[in-house]
Design a protein around this ligand. Structure first.
Ligand SMILES: [Fe+2]
Ligand SMILES: [Fe+2]
Length: 220
């Protein structure tokens, strides 16, 4: 499905620019990096990751799953991932005044680092959950309801400009690798697993899927 291919390609860029954000924050804490680039990171994550990418997921993909593939809009993966979008937008609100700031106080330095770590780790794990669970499972469930295509939309001028800004930032700040983030495939990667979402099988599986699983088990 073209929409999902587009969303995956957007993930590839977003996850790299997250590493650049971390490199930028590390540089700023070391008295380096251009404070003016703070606003450019904000533009990328607000306009491209938020207004463009997260909005398409919510308004097109998640909506189609609920309205056309009979998946619950009020529990499980759809509200879990939507809530994560909201939470991450809140972390960006916190970063807004700090990314371009002089960071002269110990409090600001601690806060900018905490927020950048939280934002990047949350979004990396969110991307892993979407790539490994939401996209393949969502596509399969739409297919069962004969939905083979969903409308994508081109970026607005501001969103396209934000994408270019992201590419420039990637070149200016080679992505930092975070060895401590727990990334991976499956619901286990998802920040909501075990808190607001019990995972794919519990939330989405139909009686038929459970029956098939038990039958397979008995054959083994
Ligand atoms: Fe998302
Ligand atoms: Fe996404």
């Amino acid at each position: 499905m073209q929409l999902i291919e587009d969303l995956r390609a957007e993930h590839d860029l977003i996850e790299q620019v997250l590493g650049s954000l971390r490199a930028f924050v590390a540089a700023r804490l070391g008295g380096q990096g251009d404070p003016a680039d703070g606003a450019r990171f904000m533009a990328f994550f607000r306009r491209f990751a938020g207004d463009f990418h997260h909005d398409k997921e919510e308004q097109v993909l998640f909506r189609a799953l609920a309205e056309r593939a009979e998946l619950p809009p009020d529990r499980g993966p759809i509200p879990a991932l939507t809530d994560q979008h909201r939470r991450m937008a809140g972390l960006l609100d916190g970063l807004e005044g700090l990314l371009g700031a002089p960071l002269s106080s110990a409090e600001d330095r601690k806060r900018v680092e905490e927020l950048a770590v939280d934002y990047s780790r949350s979004l990396w794990r969110h991307i892993d959950a979407e790539n490994s669970v939401m996209f393949p499972e969502g596509e399969e469930r739409l297919r069962r309801f004969h939905v083979r295509d969903l409308p994508s939309r081109p970026p607005t001028e501001a969103e396209a400009a934000a994408r270019e800004t992201g590419l420039a930032l990637l070149a200016a700040y080679p992505p930092l690798h975070d060895a401590e983030v727990h990334r991976g495939d499956g619901c286990i990667a998802c920040p909501s697993f075990g808190t607001t979402c019990e995972g794919l099988e519990v939330e989405w599986w139909t009686d038929l899927e459970w029956e098939e699983m038990w039958e397979r088990r008995q054959d083994e």
